[in-house]
Ligand binder design. Structure first.
Ligand code: C2O
Ligand code: CU
Length: 694
């Protein structure tokens, strides 16, 4: 719904702009009419254009007003202080001043061949007739710019009001001069002069616009070297100042010399107990989908998804990554797993990408049971797309029954003809024999960039866990659509009935997994039964954070859509508080603090927000508290127009990435860092380094 605002608005703005420009042009030409008949004709055309232009403008105002009503002032703040009042003011002045004057002009009587009397000519050259129409063209252009190019935040609102006020002044002064010149303006300007004037104006506009474009393209280039230690300013989240940072007006400035603990020192300390060892070799290989189609993929140990890593809760997990032939280098990130910072696998933040021929060992304690996944965090958008990912499962007890990890993903059409949506390597239908009475756990992982709708037909089931965290009192549900966030996981449990059960992904051409006692048959057809909502599922239980919690810091991430440049190329950027990587300030915390974060999605796209090294507890969605089981997330889909408040304890020191897990969004700048006071990194990312985390 919210996304539709953007597209409807785009069409309305374009139509309105064309109409206001022609209406403004026609009203400006009234003074040139030499005869009464001509004046009548031009004014009728101007009146018609103005009336037509009012329609899309009123519709735009209604759209914003309606959105304000349904999404509230927090989500709509970037439309509230500039566009909305500006559009209303433009409409008011044209309805009250411009239109009545135009209307009167169309009604003048007299012989069409009669010359226009001087008094009449002065009247139709008056600022109150012309400027209200013309200023609406300016307002519409500004409003379009603010919707698509640069939604106004905070102080920039003032700038845009100043622009419009200046435009009013210029137009009024111009109109007065024209009126004063009427008497002497007996003869029209020679054609050549007016053509040259228009050419000069066009040239000036294109030089300004072109220069502006070049300048912002240049300015958006990624640095050769960039350190996650800080880019000049910090976000303290309203909390106390942090040693080593001096608070400035816009936050705090980085200390000249970074001092403190290096991310390298933040390793797993306790190496005792049973060890689970794995070796993952990243290499190019041809993989085969169930249908027989093949893909030249980037794999771990020759397969994509890579090997399913299973450990028992309490084990020490030790994974050696070997890079055989992935030229850009690879890393391993344990998505959703709260590992020690040094094992996080973020290229340029916690390590250098592992070059071909090199190896590196990751160690962490499997403290939490549940469903997780791993993927390369070097050029992650590309590398995950090409296949460098797999499941990480930590079992709390020996598995009884069927325990199946299902990794959903989408292969793009340039990797396999026509593209493929798959569960693992299944691009059609896969069958698995399961005897009646078997307890089944399906571990669903969405490794794609977009949320996916999954359904389970043939049996009632429970959503036992979200993002690895077991839910409290999950009730039995049937037939509900399960929208799974990009990067997110749901564990579904049920007891195998005597007939087939099937897991499907919504839409045509998606994969299907059929479990049945005899390896045949399909699940009975099933009516859709609404959408699963984690905010009201299960029963409440005690949580570390409640309505009375005092937070040490509160970070607000306002997300919007802005068309601009990223690294010198035009891109639709999803900004956080008006900025993109690497300009988004680090969020600074101290160990032990209680942190609140608010996500506000003002853009037209989904943003699965993913903070490394921590799990957040969801407090509210769109202002309403979570009423069901405590909801712990690491990949939280913030849909267009939604607001979430989440909380976490700063209990895992390090320098952590925080980004959108639509990895394409992260690649074009939707990433920032959470840094613990005193923790620094010796690694760098940037074009002159081997590290590009996204
Ligand atoms: Cu799965 Cu930083 O990501
Ligand atoms: Cu995003």
């Amino acid at each position: 719904m919210f996304a539709a605002l953007y597209w409807i608005n785009a069409v309305l703005t374009l139509v309105a702009l064309a109409l206001w420009l022609s209406a403004g042009h026609l009203t400006g030409r009234l003074r040139k009419a030499r005869t009464t008949g001509r004046l009548r004709r031009v004014s009728r055309a101007a009146l018609a254009a103005t009336l037509l232009a009012v329609l899309p403008t009123v519709a735009t105002a209604a759209l914003i007003g309606g959105a304000l009503g349904s999404y509230g002032t927090v989500v709509m703040a970037d439309r509230l202080y500039v566009q909305f009042p500006m559009i209303l003011a433009g409409l008011a002045v044209v309805l009250v001043k411009g239109l009545p004057r135009l209307w009167r002009t169309t009604g003048i009587g007299g012989d069409p061949a009669e010359p226009v009397p001087v008094e009449r000519a002065r009247a139709v050259t008056g600022p109150w007739l012309v400027v209200p129409v013309q200023i609406n063209a300016v307002v519409t252009a500004v409003s379009g710019y603010l919707w698509w190019i640069s939604p106004p935040l905070g102080r920039t609102a003032v700038v845009w009001w100043a622009v419009v006020v200046a435009a009013v002044l210029v137009l009024v002064v111009r109109q007065r001069r024209r009126r004063a010149a009427l008497a002497s303006e007996d003869k029209d300007e020679p054609r050549l002069v007016s053509v040259m004037r228009i050419a000069a104006a066009l040239l000036a506009v294109s030089v300004t616009v072109g220069g502006g474009l070049l300048w912002s393209a240049e300015r958006s280039r990624l640095p050769e070297h960039h350190s996650a230690n800080g880019h000049g300013d910090y976000d303290l989240g309203g909390g106390s100042d942090v040693p080593g940072t001096a608070t400035g007006r816009h936050g705090a400035h980085a200390p000249a010399a970074a001092s403190g603990r290096s991310v390298d020192s933040l390793t797993e300390r306790d190496l005792s107990g049973s060890v689970r060892r794995f070796e993952l070799t990243a290499r190019t290989a041809r993989i085969r989908l169930d249908s027989g189609r093949t893909i030249d993929a980037w794999t771990f140990n020759g397969s994509s998804p890579g090997p399913e890593l299973r450990a028992r809760q309490g084990d020490l997990v030790e994974v050696t990554l070997v890079n055989s032939d992935i030229k850009a280098g690879v890393t391993l990130h344990w998505h959703g797993y709260d590992v020690p910072n040094a094992a996080d696998g973020a290229a340029g933040v916690t390590q250098n990408a592992v070059a071909p021929g090199d190896r590196m060992t990751y160690r962490f304690r499997a403290e939490d049971a549940g469903t997780y996944w791993y993927h390369s965090h070097q050029q992650s958008d590309e590398q995950v797309q090409r296949g460098l990912y797999g499941a990480l499962i930590v079992e709390s007890a020996p598995v009884k029954g069927a325990d199946i990890a299902v990794l959903y993903r989408e292969w793009a059409a340039d990797r396999v003809p026509g593209g493929a949506r798959v569960f693992g390597t299944t691009d059609g239908l896969r069958r698995q024999r399961t005897s009646p009475g078997t307890p089944v756990r399906l571990r669903l992982v969405n490794t794609a960039n977009e949320p996916v709708d999954l359904t389970l037909a043939g049996s009632p089931f429970r959503v036992a866990a979200i993002d690895g965290g077991e839910l409290h009192g999950p009730g039995e549900i049937r037939g509900k659509t399960l929208p799974l966030a990009a990067g997110g996981r749901y564990d579904l449990t049920f007891t195998m009935p005597a007939h087939a059960v099937e897991l499907r992904s919504a839409g045509t051409g998606g994969p299907t997994l059929v479990l049945s006692p005899d390896g045949r048959g399909r699940a009975p057809a099933q009516a859709a039964n609404g959408v699963f909502d984690p905010a009201s599922y299960g029963t409440p239980a005690a949580t570390p954070f409640g309505p009375d919690t005092r937070y040490d810091r509160h970070f607000t991430l306002n997300i919007d859509s802005s068309f601009g440049f990223f690294d010198g190329r035009p891109a639709m950027r999803y900004r956080i508080n008006g900025r993109v990587f690497p300009d988004i300030p680090n969020m600074v915390v101290r160990e032990g603090e209680t942190i609140k974060m608010t996500f506000v999605n003002r853009s037209y796209d989904h943003h699965p927000m993913h903070l490394h090294g921590h799990h957040v507890q969801v407090l509210t969605r769109n202002g309403r508290p979570v009423t069901g089981s405590p909801w712990r997330a690491d990949s939280l889909n913030v849909a267009p127009g939604e607001t979430y408040e989440v909380a976490f304890k700063a209990d895992n020191p390090g320098l952590w990435m925080d980004h959108c897990h639509n990895l394409f969004h992260a690649k074009v700048g939707m990433m920032l860092h959470l840094v613990y006071a005193g923790v620094t990194t010796p690694y760098e990312s940037g074009t002159a380094t081997p590290n590009q985390p996204e």
